[in-house]
Design a protein around this ligand. Structure first.
Ligand code: DQA
Length: 149
């Protein structure tokens, strides 16, 4: 079984740290990724991180995960979550563990954030726990991996 987790970050997440800190906190994306990678490594997993502000780049990263037969994809697709059918279709064709993650709780925000195109192709979604969302997403990957081992 592969031990590689693809951690994917969508539009505007490269601005974490300076982007609406009241909503998203002051932790930078690099800091989230470093913590996620460190914790994954302690559990025997390697992390490939890709951030893009472009939908097609993220679709290709999902293809890459499939070709590498990755263990899991953990994705914070940013606003693409709410309207991207191409990300949804790419994820549908990935057979490993899939976790949707959000720092904020989209269901407690504007109406347009109440829809997730990804929701029915992922194993589950973790939202609203701020930086802890990434820890919980990793816990979910490890629990699902152990359950299927
Ligand atoms: C987000 C929530 C999305 O609605 C928003 O567009 C983002 C960040 C989150 O992590 O809370 O870019 O995915």
């Amino acid at each position: 079984m592969s031990n590689v987790i693809f951690l994917l970050s969508g539009p505007n997440l490269d601005e974490l740290g300076i982007r609406e800190p009241a909503l998203y906190g002051t932790t930078t994306l690099a800091q989230h990724v470093a913590r996620f990678t460190e914790r994954a490594s302690a559990a025997g997993c390697a992390v490939v991180h890709r951030q893009s502000n472009f939908e097609g780049d993220l679709v290709e990263a999902i293809h890459e995960a499939r070709q590498d037969v990755a263990l899991a994809i953990v994705i914070n697709a940013g606003a693409l979550t709410h309207y991207s059918w191409s990300l949804r279709d790419a994820l549908a064709n990935f057979s490993g563990i899939k976790i949707e993650v959000h720092l904020s709780n989209p269901l407690a925000r504007e109406d347009f954030r109440h829809v997730s195109t990804l929701a029915n192709v992922v194993d589950g979604s973790i939202a609203g726990f701020h930086a802890l969302s990434y820890d919980l997403a990793l816990e979910a990957v490890l629990a699902l991996r152990n359950a299927s081992a």
